[in-house]
Design a protein around this ligand. Structure first.
Ligand SMILES: *Cc1c(COP(=O)(O)O)cnc(C)c1O
Length: 403
């Protein structure tokens, strides 16, 4: 393996032992135990007496299991495992990745507060800030994802309660200087919230100063395009209390079967990602040599914005990256090329075992008007198919552009 191959895959390989060991029975009874946590479905929890039902043992009521909406044994097992992966102390599982973005914003923001969102943020998070949060009296300012410390300092206000980060950015792949954002947020008395979906396991959020870390478990953790789920992890008791109370009030939980599928997906996430990251790198490097391609937006490449931060802070890259075509190639021709691919499915989301493609041009709605691709761009997710099959499929598509 060359240096770059090691850099994109080392973190995934290293986490495999933990992914196999955590989140399942550790102390085995004499009578034996199955390898996996059983699925327990339930709404009502029965107690022998009212006194037993009402006893909280010093904990807040929100932390006691008195009803299925507060979680099930398998949900809590999954939450413990996610805390280990993210390096935090407490995790709340919610019913989608988007809910994992919106729920903590609702938990930590109130009327009159100010939110800083990167201009590269996941589209539905942007929509939530512009509609519901706006209606509730929260003001949002967009900042360029590559903003310097000095620029960030001019944007924070006394009312700033949350600095939000997503690294790398959805569709445009800018890797952010998260430790700097944490310092700026903390100096302003705000929290740093990170959508860490791309970097699960290879970016340790709390080491770099993040206060609230978000995962769309729908992606690599579930890994098989059959679950919608999200999680929010914190590393502080006070933050946990706020987050957990909000989750209870909003009725957030996840079905036991989905938790089971996600736990099952996590067992193989290390090997899937070690493989997919190397395949993605190989395809990205090959795409760089094609005349139709202007730029490959992959954090492992020097011309990807924030590459130096990726090199400094990450121990791997996943299988999702962007491709920017030459300016002479029209959006229409790009769309025809995408329609003609046979191994790349056209569809939302990513992180499963199958390869996907999506044009990104329509997703780049920049408020700050800085950086980002200017010509036709598409996003690739590299799955577990054979790399040469995937390259052949893309080669046919690029040839059809008659560039
Ligand atoms: C997919 C995604 C989400 C939302 O996850 P869903 O489970 O599809 O709701 C949030 N953030 C990022 C960065 C994502 O890629």
């Amino acid at each position: 393996m060359n240096d770059l191959e090691t850099q994109v895959s080392a973190g995934w390989s290293r986490m495999s032992s933990m992914l196999v060991r955590e989140g399942r029975p550790q102390e085995l009874p004499e009578t034996g135990e199955f390898v996996n946590v059983p699925v327990t479905r339930g709404s009502t929890v029965l107690f022998p007496t009212l006194e037993a039902m009402n006893r909280t043992d010093g904990r807040s009521h929100a932390h006691k299991l008195v009803y299925g909406a507060m979680g099930s044994p398998i949900q809590h097992q999954l939450e413990e495992m996610l805390s280990v992966i993210e390096g935090g102390t407490h995790t709340q599982v919610v019913n989608s990745g988007l809910a994992a973005c919106t729920m903590p914003l609702l938990a930590f923001l109130g009327c009159g507060d100010h939110l800083l969102l990167p201009d590269s943020v996941y589209g539905p998070t942007r929509r939530f800030a512009g509609t519901m949060l706006h209606r509730l009296g929260v003001m949002t300012t967009y900042y360029p994802p590559m903003a310097s410390r000095a620029e960030m300092m001019t944007l924070v206000r006394p009312e700033t309660k949350i600095v939000f980060s997503e690294s790398p950015g959805s569709h445009t792949f800018e890797v952010q200087d998260v430790p700097m954002l944490a310092e700026v947020a903390h100096e302003a008395g705000a929290l740093l919230m990170l959508d860490n979906t791309w970097g699960i396991g290879v970016f340790q959020p709390f080491v770099h100063g993040v206060d609230v870390s978000i995962q769309a478990l729908t992606k690599y953790p579930a890994g098989h395009s059959d679950v919608i789920m999200g999680s929010v992890t914190v590393n502080d008791e006070a933050h946990w209390k706020t987050l957990r109370d909000a989750a209870i009030q909003l009725g957030q939980c996840a079905g036991p079967d989905d938790c089971w599928l996600t736990l099952r997906g996590l067992r193989t996430m290390g090997v899937r990602l070690a493989h997919q990251s190397r395949s993605a790198l190989e395809i990205a490097q090959w795409l760089k040599t094609r005349p139709e391609v202007a730029r490959v937006l992959h954090p492992a490449f020097e011309d990807c914005p924030g590459h130096a931060f990726w090199k400094r802070d990450f121990t791997g890259a996943c299988g999702l990256f962007g491709v920017e075509l030459q300016p002479q190639i029209s959006v229409e021709a790009t769309e025809r090329m995408i329609d003609g691919l046979s191994l790349f499915g056209i569809g939302a989301s990513w992180g499963g075992y199958e390869s996907l493609v999506l044009p990104t041009t329509g997703h780049i709605r920049r408020v700050t008007g800085e950086g980002g691709p200017t010509s036709a761009t598409f996003r690739l997710h590299i799955g577990l198919e054979d790399v040469s099959d995937l390259k052949n499929d893309l080669a046919c598509g690029l040839d059809s552009l008659r560039f």
